[in-house]
Write a protein that binds this ligand. Structure first.
Ligand code: IMP
Length: 422
């Protein structure tokens, strides 16, 4: 079966882009299925550093189709900007980007609404990326949103459609500012000539590719703990970050899936608010942030850092059916004398090994850890599991064994060449 799924197993920022870039060498299409410009995938190759937000991470493979499927929420202004920036840096892609007519449009009003709602939440804010993701999915569910297919209609019809979405938004966006409706309409309608040629029925396209035996790679955004149903709600994103979400968003059925790769960082990080049981609020957390350069690609915010959490990882593997693991940023741990791994939580005096579904229970969980020996040797330059220091191998084997899913890849640096199959 020709479909490969790559998903985040933690709170996002696991290095999915890099693993997708690696696997895309054999793919005919790389597909983003959910989320929008809240995602930030960084690809590093020598001097080049590409920060992607909407465009799938197959961008460096010139033959690969880049599909933005029906389950996504796409900001047309951000899309055009990202395409222009990538083309200017030497990656022609206009003729291989395919955007679903059914994907929902994130309008400037959604961004302002997102920011206004965050302000109103005060100390209970989610810590969103402010990219309008939640309000756009809310409009979609309420059946008041606008699909990108509107850009295929006449200028007058498109204008009316956008006006209908902007209508009645003024009061909800007020705390974050006001919107000049006429100027916004002019900007968006002005994009029609650029957006329309990118649009098609991506579901039909993906079915045709699968029927022809072509390899399709579904690229998840965010991570399992940010999943709207199975994450730490309400401190989550507004879409489904699981295998089921990738299928719903792409329109492909489950039986075409061949392999599901869960990507995990060798430790944990989280941006935004909400419970994070393995978080380190001390100098060790600071050290992880500095060495791992844990600052958001999309917002530049410092990420909260903590030890690897096996309880959360098993939950991710369970809800998405991971068939293999890709472990990234192992090199960030190179200098640590000892490492901790969270293997259970203490919840109200009991030991639990299952990730609590209720975020209030999750926020009362205290981590129970196992200490492991560090390796204090550089892993950079290792190109197979056999050349990893013995303590590093033991650490990786411990994680893989506790999660209960075989290891597929390890990555020991930001470069494409730093990741190897195991
Ligand atoms: P939203 O997706 O912008 O609504 O943000 C909801 C939560 O998901 C916040 O905690 C964000 O920081 C987090 N989030 C959204 N996208 C990403 C991502 O790509 N990586 C990591 N965290 C993300």
């Amino acid at each position: 079966m020709p479909v490969d799924v790559v998903l985040g197993g933690q709170w996002g920022d696991e290095g999915k882009g890099k693993i997708v870039d690696l696997l895309a060498a054999d793919a005919h299409a790389v597909v983003r299925c959910q989320g929008g410009a809240n995602a930030g995938h960084t690809l590093v190759d020598g001097e080049e550093r590409l920060a992607l937000h909407l465009i799938p991470s197959g961008v460096r493979h010139a033959e690969c189709l880049l599909v933005l499927a029906a389950g996504m929420v796409v900001d047309p202004l951000a899309l055009v900007e990202e395409i222009e920036a990538l083309e200017a840096s030497g990656h022609p892609l206009r003729n291989r980007v395919r955007v679903s007519v059914a994907a929902h449009a994130v309008l400037p009003s959604h961004r302002l609404q997102d920011q206004a709602q965050e302000r109103q939440r005060g100390t209970g804010s989610v810590g969103t990326t402010g990219r309008g993701i939640g309000p756009t999915y809310a409009d979609k569910a309420a059946r008041t949103g606008m699909r990108l297919g509107a850009f295929l209609h006449s200028e007058a019809e498109l204008r009316d459609r956008i006006r209908a979405v902007l209508r009645d938004k003024q009061s909800v966006i007020e705390p974050a500012g006001s919107l000049d409706v006429e100027a916004t309409l002019a900007r968006l309608v002005g994009l029609r000539a650029e957006i329309a040629p990118l649009l098609c029925d991506t579901t039909a396209l993906l079915h045709e590719l699968c029927a022809a035996g072509r390899t399709v790679l579904l690229e998840g955004a965010q991570g399992a703990m940010l999943d709207v149903d199975h994450g730490s709600y309400p401190y989550v994103t507004s879409s489904s970050c699981t295998t089921a979400g990738a299928l719903a968003g792409s329109g492909l059925p489950p039986q075409v899936v061949d392999r599901v790769t869960g990507v995990f960082k060798a430790y944990c990080s989280r941006v935004g608010n909400g419970p994070f049981p393995s978080e380190l609020l001390d100098a060790t957390g600071e050290r992880l942030r500095e060495i791992g350069r844990e600052f958001g690609t999309t917002t530049g915010r410092p990420r909260r850092c903590g030890w690897f959490d096996v309880v959360a990882a098993r939950h991710a593997a369970c809800i998405s059916g991971f068939t293999q693991i890709a472990l990234t940023k192992l090199d960030v741990l190179d200098e640590f004398e000892t490492l901790q791994v969270v293997v259970a939580y203490e919840l109200d005096g009991e030991t639990v090994t299952r990730f609590p579904a209720d975020h209030e229970a999750l926020s009362r969980c205290k981590p129970l850890t196992v200490e492991m020996e560090g390796w204090r040797r550089s892993t950079r330059g290792c190109r197979d599991a056999a050349t990893l220091p013995e303590a590093a191998r033991r650490y990786v084997e411990f994680l893989v064994d506790r999660i209960g899913v075989p290891l597929g890849y390890v990555s020991v640096g930001p470069e494409r060449a730093d990741a190897f199959a195991c």
